[in-house]
Design a protein around this ligand. Structure first.
Ligand code: AMP
Length: 398
């Protein structure tokens, strides 16, 4: 593809957290897109960047209008400029007069950031007219927004239909995400261990089903473990359970048994008498939790057992915390797993942190560079691993 002197529109995921003064508090996603942006500049393109930020349509002002002050992408211009090492021009709209004028004036080597795509009512609806207006801004479309690849929005998927195969491509981040996910899915080195945690079984049902076919070992922790214990006839007190998923928990275990996939549940738990960092705590067997107590983390025996399995693995996927790691007394299990994943990596395993809260945990411990790959896309990575076709990826390949 020829990039020299071309206007290139790159969709990135700059949906970063901001504090009350609109300062960027975590720039991981911005940094993720920098290699692609720099590469386009080096290749002599005029670079137009577009992204969404937050949910402006869900959080309208009292008078029913968009809160532009809160959701403008102008908030990130300064940080972006520092990270790319050159000034960033900014358009006050996404496809309106200002964007069109500034795009027309844009020279090779310059970077223009468009206003939040979600200020456009057609964005989330995947509106064709809006997508065409976006497409009209550029000669080439690059999709580097893995975090939104599971959405068929105007800027992430529909727009790609206005470019032929010679004028659309993946960005470097997107390529890396896909390559790493595929490394796990296609002929992974064995044993393969998947660690699945987080609040609910219902969110990870399809993932677990897929993993039973793929993995040798599945470690289950976090709130979802108690639905399994209850399904198996245990006592879980006031722990988080999904009564309507008891049958599913049984079926998943039955399928694992038939396929010869080991399922590891946490033998013991740290239980608390309140959902609170200052609550009283005890260590008990996970299937013998008294009423009035709830399991908020895996116990020390479980942490040791899980770490053993992880360290012996050659491929590891981790998605979801082992407990309520946001509160220090219940973060130990998640931290133990994070350290075991880092140790496995050191032993030569390929380790993939599959997005969301496990990424926060690995960052909390400063271990992000001690694992093979940390995904930037929570929901998108989950869907990809489940085997779903992601609209953002399909649209580029079409
Ligand atoms: P998810 O988004 O499904 O990965 O879930 C992450 C959330 O699950 C985190 O906010 C954790 O605090 C929460 N979580 C993990 N373990 C438990 C537990 N035992 N009880 C209640 N919530 C939990």
């Amino acid at each position: 593809m020829k990039f020299q002197d071309k206007k290139v529109l790159i969709r990135v995921d700059f949906n970063v957290p901001l504090d009350k003064d609109f300062q960027v508090t975590d720039d991981t996603r911005i940094r993720g897109a920098i290699p692609s942006i720099k590469q386009l500049i080096e290749r002599g393109s005029a670079v137009i960047i577009m992204s969404h930020l937050g949910r402006p349509m869900k959080k309208l002002k009292e008078d029913g209008t968009i809160d532009k002050e809160r959701f403008t992408l102008r908030h990130i211009v300064h940080r972006l400029s520092k990270l790319v090492g050159q000034p960033i021009l900014f358009a006050e709209d996404t496809v309106g007069e200002d964007a069109q004028r500034k795009v027309a004036d844009l020279q090779p080597g310059q970077i223009l950031l468009l206003e939040n795509t979600r200020f456009e009512p057609g964005e989330k609806k995947g509106d064709k007219e809006l997508a065409q207006k976006m497409a009209n801004l550029a000669d080439i479309y690059v999709n580097d927004a893995f975090g939104t690849a599971h959405r068929a929005h105007a800027s992430t998927a529909i727009i790609a239909s206005f470019f032929d195969k010679k004028h659309k491509t993946f960005g470097l981040l997107m390529e890396k995400e896909i390559a790493n996910a595929n490394k796990l899915l296609n002929n992974p080195e064995r044993p393969v261990t998947a660690i699945v945690g987080g609040a609910k079984v219902s969110d990870k049902m399809l993932l677990l089903d897929k993993l039973i076919d793929l993995a040798d070992n599945i470690i289950i922790g976090g709130g979802m473990a108690y639905t399994f214990f209850l399904a198996n006839g245990g006592k879980v007190g006031n722990s988080l359970v999904e009564q309507d998923r008891l049958q599913l928990a049984k079926e998943l275990q039955e399928k694992a048994h038939q396929k010869g996939t080991n399922i590891y549940l946490p033998k013991d738990s740290i239980v608390a008498d309140d959902f609170n960092a200052n609550a009283h705590t005890l260590v008990v067997n996970s299937d013998e939790i008294e009423d009035g107590w709830m399991g908020l983390d895996i116990g020390p025996e479980a942490a040791t057992a899980f770490a053993e399995v992880i360290k012996k693995s050659k491929t590891v996927l981790w998605n979801g915390p082992m407990g309520v790691f946001e509160m220090a007394p219940f973060a130990g299990g998640t931290h133990a797993v994070a350290k075991a994943v880092a140790a496995a990596t050191q032993n030569g395993a390929f380790t993939l942190i599959g997005g969301g809260d496990s990424v926060a945990a690995i960052n909390q411990l400063g271990l992000a560079d001690k694992v093979s790959y940390v995904s930037t896309g929570g929901g998108a990575m989950l869907k990809f691993l489940e085997g779903a076709k992601l609209p953002g990826i399909e649209a580029i390949e079409a």
